[in-house]
Design a binder for this molecule. Structure first.
Ligand code: PEP
Ligand code: MN
Length: 358
């Protein structure tokens, strides 16, 4: 797949590129008030608003549909904004195009359903409209790529991915856990695919939005999507995470824009000196890992001869307990060491199983 640069289809009036507007289009008044305040800060390149809201539970605000599309044409006329709405099926797509929506976006719940994505892709055949594709609700990179492929195969190369975090069943400070490694993997596989970070849906509250946004920029993402409402307390959906336009302005002024690579030779030389040291340390690490594997081979032979099972709960518990204590002692992150121990243990079991059973 080859994607068009986002600069060609969504030129940015600000660095970084900002997409903003309310979670849902609630009334003409709400849209016009929000759009006017966003126009005043003059940093938003695309105005967003959901007109069909896929809600988790029934009896929530589900959007105003076609009527709201009419309101959005007013926003476009009065303030000159390009507009984007979420589409979840062919009928939404056709209506959005009929009302001159400039960019479509596919929501997380829709990306998770190949039938719906295909239906949208079919409705878009032969139509030159940019499409932004949010990640599916769960951490499945292949399903995200599959949705991108379906839209691409309908002849559209003006595509951006939107990272909005992933559902996580467990304790987390985020509304949707970011699992940054997933958009990094997407970038590695498709270096020219623009990626936008939807800090609002990752955070779920106003407090986390700055750090999530800064991290996204530091990872090289191409822009931010942030929900705004002229009065968030009145919002019919996602009230707790929406900013006022002036809060958005404050956030943008605090973001640090860093360069991909410095042109200054002194700076790059210093960086490559550090990297040489990292190369040496990694070489040492690999040799230590090899030594560890060689002992595991001996353990496997011994267990096989003595008819002892591979997994020993007591030993595993002891490893986890002691290694995090050691981590604390030398001042490295215990979470990091715990993850490494789990990886090492997985590999140890795989190797022992291979040697003892295959
Ligand atoms: C939204 O952008 O308002 C939305 C519904 O987001 P998501 O699809 O990421 O849940
Ligand atoms: Mn929302």
């Amino acid at each position: 797949m080859q994607f068009e640069s986002i600069k060609t289809w969504l030129p940015s009036i600000n660095e970084p590129l900002i997409i903003s507007g309310p979670c849902g289009a609630e009334s003409l008044e709400q849209l016009l008030k929000t759009a006017q305040q966003l126009k005043e800060i003059n940093k938003v390149s695309l105005f967003r608003a959901g007109v069909w809201k896929p809600r988790t539970r029934p009896n929530s605000f589900e959007g105003k549909g076609e009527e709201a599309l009419q309101w959005l044409t007013e926003v476009k006329k009065q303030f000159g904004f390009k507009i984007t709405v979420e589409v979840a099926n062919a009928q939404h797509t056709e209506l959005a195009l009929k009302y001159g929506v400039d960019v479509l976006w596919i929501g997380a719940r829709t990306t998770a359903n190949p039938f719906s994505v295909q239906e949208i892709a079919d409705a878009l055949k032969g139509i030159d409209v940019p499409v932004m594709i949010k990640n599916p609700i769960h951490a499945d990179l292949q399903l995200w790529i599959g949705a991108i492929e379906r839209i691409y195969n309908s002849g559209i190369s003006k595509i951006a991915a939107i990272h909005r975090g992933f559902h996580y069943y467990g304790k987390t400070k985020y509304r949707n856990k970011p699992f940054w490694q997933i958009p990094i993997e997407l970038r590695t596989l498709f270096p020219d695919l623009p990626i936008i970070c939807d800090s609002s849906h990752i955070s779920g509250n106003k407090e986390l939005i700055p750090s999530v946004s800064q991290k996204a920029l530091d990872l090289g993402m191409n822009g931010l999507m942030i929900e705004t409402h002229y009065n968030p307390d009145l919002a019919l959906s996602d009230a707790s995470q929406q900013y006022t336009p002036s809060q958005l302005n404050q956030l943008i002024s605090k973001l640090v824009l860093r360069n991909q690579l410095s042109e200054d030779e002194l700076i790059t030389n210093k960086l490559s000196d550090f990297r040489k040291i990292i190369d040496e340390i990694d070489d040492e690490l690999l040799n230590v890992l090899k030594k560890r594997m060689q002992i595991i081979e001996k353990i496997a032979m011994h267990k096989k001869e003595q008819n002892i099972s591979i997994f020993q709960l007591g030993r595993w518990q002891e490893i986890l307990r002691t290694r995090v204590q050691w981590a604390d002692k030398i001042g490295v992150s215990r979470q990091h060491i715990e993850k490494i121990c789990i990886l090492l243990h997985e590999e140890s079991i795989r190797l022992q199983n291979k040697l003892m059973n295959e």
